[in-house]
Structures are given as structure tokens and as C-alpha cells.
Design a protein around this ligand. Structure first.
Ligand code: SIN
Length: 304
């Protein structure tokens, strides 16, 4: 039995549970765990049930030394529910729900897919519930992914701040992302864009939607701060002047170092995160090296 790892605030417990079919090894006090003892391409129902429980507990889980075909990747994803909407790419040939996130060694760009703290596709009516990324060919250094625990962030706010933000709705829009992708596009040849090519209805992404600023997890009942530095663009009923400082404070608060864990990738690492209650950020720090990843997402509910 592992010793409890309680976050220094006392507001989150990331210790591992004892499981029968998997072993969970916590990554940080804030969140995250490595799951050992399973082959994701050959999963029993019992092992899957424990993986799902571990995902909801640790928010991010990862598996080393996995080899997944596109079909295996689809099958693992479908264990959690129907495929979600991926707003950015059209998928690989023959597997439209497997999204390539690839940066070639020759591509030099100021932005990479997922740089900037965000929750995936928050501008959709039903953003993905869970994302499953398979890192196939990863750079020898750099390209780590950071995750931040939005439940811990909410729990760490003062009662007065919670009371003020509880009824608010946040406007989630891809307007900043679309603008930077279009600027990058103007400065490049199509062949240099890699996964940054925009082949989607950007107008709808910019219109976005309003979601609760404090959302409740449909399974665990945990409340979390639904705000990020990428898509949170306003608050219903507030002027830009009023909402901007509040959003800046909340997104900065939610991504403070002590709420974060950092994932180092190796080839054949698979990660799963609960997109409803954590934020993530990728880094553009491996120019000259290839990074080949595939992502699939599970359909989420309308945030409540
Ligand atoms: C993503 O947001 O799915 C990309 C994460 C990464 O590239 O590490």
C-alpha cells in the first residue's frame, strides 16, 4: 500500500489506490500517474474498469512501451464512449478519428499545436471528455507536455471568490488561435505547415460558445475551474475591461507551478487525460527533431 500523497494545500490526494489488474504510480502531488502492467492493445474489461477509475482519480494517466495500430487506438478510445469532435484536423486516411499531431524535423515554426495552456476544443458545444494521445516517434529532448489540475485550482480559491464565480459563464472562442494560425500560414509555404494547416470551419470556432466557468464532473461530482489561457475570451454579461483581469487571474492561478505535473515523452508512450478537469500545454522546444503523435478524443457532454 503506497503512502498517501496529499497535496501541500491538503486539498487534493493523488495517492494510488490498490488495484487488482493494474499498478498506478503517482507522478506528482498535484496530479498524474503512470499505469503499469497492461497492454492497451489487448485489454480485459476488468483492467479497463480500473484504468477508467485511475483516470478520474489522477486526471492524467500514462503508459510506457505500448504499440498501438490505428485500429487499436480507435478500440481503446471507444471503450470510453463514442468518438468526440476534433475541430482541427480531418484524421489520417482510413481512420478519420485518429488525428495526426506531427512536426517534422525540417519544420520551423513560432507555434506548435497545443502550445499555450488550454483545454481541448472548449469552443465546441460538447468539448471532448477524454483525450488519448499516442506518442510514436518522440524527440530525444524537449516536447514535454504540462498538465494542470483544475479541481485543485477551484478547491484552492477563497470562499468569497468561489461564491462570485460560481454562477458565471465563460465565452470560449478560438479567435486567438485562428488568428495566430492564419498569421503563421501567411508566412509559410503549405508544405511547411505540418499539423498547423487549417482545414476547418474557422468561423464557428471563433463564434464559440458559453460554458459554466465552474463545471461539475459528471462522474466524480468534483467542481473545477473551466478557464484557460487560450480559449477563455470573455464572461457573459461583462465588458472586456471587466472580464479580462478576472480571466487572467483565474487562468494564471489555475496554472501555478504547484498545481502542475510535467510529462516526459518516450517513443511508444500513450497518455489519457480528463479534458473536463485539467489543462495542458505543449512546448515548441525541439526544432530539428521529428515529433510524431496521434490523438483520438471521446465525445463529452455539454458542460454543466
Ligand atoms: C494536444 O493538445 O493534443 C497536443 C499535446 C502535445 O502535443 O503534447
Amino acid at each position: 500500500m503506497m503512502k498517501n500523497i496529499t497535496h501541500p494545500t491538503g486539498l487534493f490526494d493523488n495517492s494510488a489506490r490498490d488495484y487488482k489488474h493494474i499498478t498506478a504510480v503517482p507522478l506528482a502531488a498535484a496530479m498524474g500517474a503512470e499505469i503499469q502492467g497492461v497492454d492497451l492493445s489487448n485489454l480485459t474489461d476488468e483492467a479497463f474498469a480500473e484504468i477508467e477509475a485511475a483516470l478520474y482519480r489522477h486526471k492524467l494517466i500514462f503508459f510506457r512501451d505500448q504499440t498501438l495500430s490505428f485500429t487499436d487506438h480507435e478500440n481503446v478510445t471507444l471503450r470510453f464512449g463514442e468518438f468526440g469532435t476534433d475541430a482541427y484536423t480531418k484524421g489520417v486516411v482510413g481512420h478519420e478519428n485518429i488525428q495526426p499531431v506531427i512536426k517534422e524535423a525540417t519544420v520551423e515554426t513560432k507555434m506548435v499545436f497545443g502550445s499555450g495552456w488550454h483545454t481541448d476544443s472548449a469552443f465546441l458545444d460538447r468539448p471532448p471528455a477524454i483525450a488519448i494521445n499516442y506518442g510514436k516517434d518522440m524527440p530525444p529532448y524537449g516536447g514535454d507536455t504540462l498538465f494542470a489540475n483544475s479541481v485543485l485550482a477551484y478547491n484552492s480559491l477563497s470562499p468569497a471568490m468561489k461564491k462570485m464565480i460560481d454562477p458565471l459563464k465563460v465565452w470560449m472562442s478560438a479567435k486567438h488561435v485562428v488568428a495566430s494560425m492564419q498569421a503563421e500560414r501567411k508566412s509559410k509555404k503549405a508544405s511547411e505547415l505540418g499539423s498547423l494547416e487549417l482545414d476547418v470551419d474557422t468561423q464557428k470556432m471563433i463564434e464559440g460558445t458559453y460554458h459554466p466557468l465552474v463545471r461539475t464532473h459528471p462522474v466524480s461530482g468534483e467542481k473545477s475551474l473551466y478557464v484557460d489561457k487560450t480559449y477563455a475570451c470573455g464572461i457573459e454579461g461583462m465588458t472586456e475591461e471587466e472580464s479580462r483581469p478576472l480571466l487572467d487571474f483565474l487562468s494564471g492561478f489555475a496554472t501555478q507551478e504547484s498545481f502542475v505535473c510535467r510529462l516526459k515523452w518516450y517513443n511508444n508512450t500513450v497518455i489519457m487525460w480528463d479534458n473536463r478537469i485539467c489543462l495542458h500545454q505543449a512546448f515548441n522546444d525541439y526544432d530539428g527533431h521529428r515529433r510524431e503523435m496521434y490523438r483520438a478524443v471521446v465525445m463529452g457532454e455539454k458542460p454543466q
